[in-house]
Design a protein around this ligand. Structure first.
Ligand SMILES: [Zn+2]
Length: 337
């Protein structure tokens, strides 16, 4: 059964309410907790900042694990809100709170039978709390200012970006004038880029849950600006893709192409081919491979990038494209032996 007709009704209503900010996600999680849904397990991962990260795992417990596929979906960077909304929309659909609960009942039953689906809407609510807006529309804040919000503003040279690094220590740098939204504080002094350091709550939640749920697909929902491009979405493969065994390369590529095909059908403007990140930048490639090779050498790992901070892709469209990507990945995995 195909997923594409499900859950997209939200984007037809311009007043539709998305759960995105940490308070909104907490409110949704509290409602889900209260409902005591037998198909949902909620696991909290406290952050140093005091905020809690929630992993929401949906599955039909009556179906044995060996007849299901395990999928982990997360939104790593706190300045990229559409992935949070996509995860909370899916959670609402799977809990029967979507805009059309009856129409989606058959799809919901199918997904719960076929998958163990973990959604981590926001792995860094501590960072999200620093965002001045719910969605970046590209109209309210100039691009140069947005760049400072993302990774911070230098304390030594105000007006310049704070460097993008995997980890930094408040005691060893001039403290930033503006603390970047993307960074996660992991102790009194240290900050990490969640996508590049295994001490982040992104990796901590995955490694804590994987022994229980045994994931076969990891999908990360990212956003970027697509500056100087007429494209508004792309799918990325591991920076170490070329070094993986050929059969594994094929799995990564098939999942990526399934997403690209559904985006094209839905009228989006994807970059035509899956992108191997930093293929020609050895430093960045090795940097990312250190964090991701242990993952992408044993399971399919797929990264979406949906346009952020650009009026060409308004918030509802940002969310719709992320939702389409998750549903396409599920449909692809459903069809695998
Ligand atoms: Zn990102």
């Amino acid at each position: 059964m195909k997923s594409m007709d499900v859950g997209l009704a939200c984007s037809e209503d311009s007043d539709y309410f998305y759960h995105v900010t940490p308070d909104e996600v907490d409110e949704l999680v509290a409602a889900l907790q209260q409902a005591r849904n037998p198909n949902l397990t909620i696991e909290p991962f406290p952050q140093h900042a005091g905020t809690a990260v929630y992993a929401l795992t949906f599955t039909d417990p009556a179906v044995p694990r060996d007849r299901k596929k395990g999928v982990f979906v997360a939104r790593p960077h706190a300045h990229e809100p559409a992935g949070v909304a996509a995860c909370t929309e899916l959670a609402k659909l799977l809990a029967g709170y979507g805009p059309r609960p009856e129409a989606d009942a058959e799809w919901r039953a199918h997904v719960l039978k076929r998958f163990v689906l973990t959604l981590v809407p926001d792995v860094n609510p501590g960072g999200s709390r620093r965002a001045p807006v719910k969605f970046w529309t590209g109209t309210q804040i100039p691009r140069e200012q947005f760049k400072l919000w993302m990774f911070g503003e230098s304390g030594g040279t105000p007006g310049e970006r704070f460097p993008r690094v995997d980890t930094w220590d408040m005691r060893k740098v001039t403290p930033p004038k503006l603390l970047g939204i993307a960074y996660e504080q992991i102790n009194e002094h240290e900050f990490v880029e969640p996508n590049r350091d295994h001490r982040s709550t992104l990796f901590r939640s995955f490694f804590a849950l994987d022994p229980t749920w045994h994931y076969e697909l990891w999908l990360d929902l990212h956003q970027t600006e697509f500056a100087n491009s007429d494209r508004n979405c792309s799918v990325h493969l591991s920076s170490a893709h070329d070094t993986l065994p050929v059969d594994l390369q094929r799995g990564h590529e098939q999942a990526a192409r399934a997403i690209l095909a559904q985006w094209s059908r839905a009228g989006a403007r994807p970059v035509a081919e899956p992108v191997v990140s930093y293929r020609h930048d050895e430093v960045q490639r090795n940097f990312l491979a250190k964090a991701w090779l242990p993952i992408s050498s044993r399971m399919v790992h797929t990264v979406t990038e949906v346009q952020n901070h650009n009026p060409a892709t308004p918030p509802a469209e940002q969310v719709r494209l992320q939702l389409i990507a998750v549903l396409a990945a599920l449909d692809w995995l459903d069809g695998q032996a």
